[in-house]
Ligand binder design. Structure first.
Ligand code: ZN
Length: 311
């Protein structure tokens, strides 16, 4: 049926960082409880914290306490986003398993987000990667606004591929992912980017993709990316998320929904969906409202019980 799909897919949880950074401040103890619950689901990677200045993103204050307070489960990588050298040093001091460094392909977004031109960001990625590698900690570069920008509109896939090549070759990063910060990815845009990356000689099977569900195309984006050979996706429990610097950007694609679809397609994730749904309920309690994840409410399709005659 779908002969070209990957056999296994890694779903990386980003709710405790990308999700909660958009909320009013959640107490450190509750952030730890959510991460610990997620650690018991079979997830292999959790974006646990962001070492940004607390004045820039107040909900991420206390990230060092979060990193030190979680109960680490063997086989789970606890990742931290770092915007600069100070953040990288703090994250390394807390034994983050992987650092994430971000640059926006959109110059306008990059300046608003980290006050740098893209070329300056490449230089910074080189420096932060050197720093992390001295501590034998791997680094992933996240190229954000890779599918479009709320300020600049369309982003040239060739330009994204150009920077992808540079952060791999010059930056020496260990992994690469592409973020849909503004929620502008559609299946067409995803395929155009993946084609451009292939032209640049980038191995599609090793990249990660990060979608927001702003225009309800998140799952369709993942489906076409899997058909092109991508096997690593970010998602946030309950569909938490957004971006404080991207007007109108809503939550990440929901982990429950992604795991449900991917497993139904026959690719293994290693994640226990029932436990994940429990985490989604916990996330709703933390933020005090209903979250957009659909499978959180409906359960998996195999559990559908028909109680009425169809009309
Ligand atoms: Zn995001």
């Amino acid at each position: 049926m779908f002969t070209d799909l990957p056999d296994s897919v890694e779903i990386r949880e980003v709710g405790p960082r990308d999700g909660l950074q958009n909320e009013t401040t959640i107490p450190v103890g509750e952030r730890i409880a959510l991460i610990d619950a997620l650690s018991a689901t079979g997830l292999t990677a959790i974006e646990a914290a962001s070492f940004v200045h607390p004045k820039a993103i107040p909900p991420m204050a206390g990230s060092a306490e979060v990193m030190r307070g979680i109960t680490r489960v063997p086989g789970v990588r606890y990742r931290a986003l770092v915007p600069n050298e100070r953040g990288a040093l703090d994250a390394l001091a807390c034994d983050a398993d992987e650092l994430e460094v971000v640059m926006s392909i959109s110059e306008t977004h990059n300046r608003k987000n980290i006050n740098m031109a893209p070329d300056e960001s490449v230089k910074q990625i080189i420096e932060l990667t050197d720093l992390a590698h001295r501590e034998e900690t791997p680094v992933e570069a996240i190229l954000s606004t890779a599918f479009g920008c709320a300020y600049e509109g369309d982003i040239s896939p060739t330009r994204v591929a150009y920077y992808a090549r540079r952060v791999l070759d010059e930056g020496g990063v260990d992994a690469l992912s592409f973020g849909d910060t503004s929620g502008m990815a559609t299946p067409r845009v995803v395929v155009e980017l993946l084609d451009a990356l292939e032209v640049e000689g980038i191995d599609i099977s090793r990249i990660g993709l990060h979608f927001h569900n702003t225009r309800n195309t998140g799952l369709a984006n993942i489906m076409v990316a899997m058909q092109k050979g991508v096997s690593r996706f970010d998602a946030a429990i309950g569909g938490l998320g957004g971006c404080p610097y991207s007007p109108g950007a809503t939550g990440n694609v929901a982990t429950e929904d992604v795991v449900h679809m991917v497993e139904d397609l026959g690719a293994t994730t290693g994640i226990d969906l029932d436990r994940l749904i429990h985490c989604g309920q916990l996330a709703e309690e933390l933020v005090g409202r209903q979250l957009p994840a659909q499978v959180l409410r409906s359960g998996p399709r195999t559990r559908t019980v028909v109680t009425e005659e169809p009309v």
